[in-house]
Design a protein around this ligand. Structure first.
Ligand code: 5AD
Length: 349
């Protein structure tokens, strides 16, 4: 089959074989093929979500992390990182500001920081849940036990983001130290689904040692997991990590992967990520017209934003800033999309 037929097949059957994915991914440098995938993805996106773009207020509440992922700027081993933690009161202030701005989802994201015990997380979630019954609460705080996930869910968390990063086991171990194991990551994701969370997974594009075969494994894994949300962004190197100086992932391949995920998981919520906006000036807009339908502006206190530096030059001002939502609305309008005040749950197929 030629690449166009493979795109049509993915759209109709929502799956390709590993070899077919590899063939298709290998064609991503051809603009015509990317355009074909993007317009197919856009049709599918319009069918399920019209021209709506959902927004999430991202509260990066701690950049302490016990892990040492080779790619990440807030890894434990980075002694140059300026560390911070937000208090419960500061987190609640972020929610208050966000609610006023029209956010109906709060994403609490942080490094794996043992300071925030399960009791503390449960208390924060319960408080937000009681104050904002009409909002979705998303957690993104890494690998935890089944019991911990269950406790957060019972406290009122609805959604959980945990990227699988790469579903190629050997590749996973090249991106992470031995303390982090693919099998644990996989179990966490299935535990979250079992408990009833809306689950977000995802991967980096162009991370060191990634091959077309690794990306094909990502697609297969996503097909099996069937998450509600899929976060896809380019790898961007950070100067204080073992991957300093490695090449960044490309904009073209990232957008192509977003389009393929839209075709495979038609009703998924797919963010147009900050990392895309960082490597390409209108990257966020281009991802939206290729099938992404979520944007997560930064709702953290302004003085800590620069410290949540997962990679070099991470954007946190202008359209990335929750308080400048009007700028984002304008840029979405210019491409024919509309930001809505809505929890933005996953539509049923
Ligand atoms: N480049 C791009 N994305 C990164 N992340 C962490 N470090 C980097 C980097 N250097 C992503 C990971 C993680 C998410 C919160 O940020 O995929 O899951």
């Amino acid at each position: 089959m030629n690449p166009y037929e493979l795109i049509d097949k993915l759209r109709e059957r929502h799956l390709l074989s590993e070899e077919e994915f590899i063939t298709l991914i290998a064609c991503h440098e051809q603009k015509k093929i990317r355009d074909y995938a993007c317009s197919a993805a856009r049709e599918v996106q319009k069918k399920y979500y019209g021209n709506k773009v959902y927004i999430r207020g991202l509260i990066e509440f701690t950049n302490y992390c016990k892990n040492d992922c080779f790619y990440c700027g807030i890894r434990a081993g980075n002694a140059s990182a300026l560390r911070y933690r937000l208090t419960k009161e500061e987190i609640l202030q972020c929610c208050e500001q966000g609610y006023g701005l029209g956010f109906r989802t709060f994403v609490l994201q942080g490094g794996e920081d043992p300071y925030y015990s399960d009791e503390k997380i449960v208390d924060i979630v319960q408080t937000i849940r009681a104050k904002y019954p009409d909002c979705a609460i998303t957690l993104s705080i890494g690998e935890k036990s089944y019991e911990s996930y269950l406790a957060y869910y019972r406290a009122g968390a609805d959604r959980y983001l945990l990227r699988h990063e790469t579903a190629d086991y050997a590749h996973y171990q090249k991106l992470h130290p031995p303390a982090l194991q693919w099998k644990v990551r996989e179990k966490c994701l299935y535990d979250l689904k079992k408990i009833g969370y809306q689950v977000g997974s995802g991967f980096m594009v162009g991370s060191p040692y990634q091959s077309a075969r690794s990306l094909a494994a990502d697609m297969k894994f996503l097909h099996l997991l069937a998450p509600h949300m899929v976060g896809i962004g380019p790898f961007i190197s950070h100067r204080d990590t073992p991957f300093a100086g490695y090449e960044n992932g490309t904009f073209q391949l990232t957008v192509f992967m977003i389009a393929l995920v839209r075709l495979m998981l038609p009703n998924a919520l797919i963010p147009s990520t900050t990392a895309l906006g960082t490597i390409f000036s209108d990257g966020r807009e281009q991802a939206i017209v290729c099938g992404a339908n979520v944007i997560m502006p930064n709702l953290s206190p302004v003085d800590v934003r620069a410290k949540y530096a997962l990679y070099d030059n991470k954007l946190h001002s202008g359209k990335e800033a929750a308080e400048h939502k009007a700028l984002l609305e304008e840029s979405m309008k210019a491409i024919g999309y509309e930001i809505v005040v809505d929890r933005g749950d996953c539509k049923k197929i």
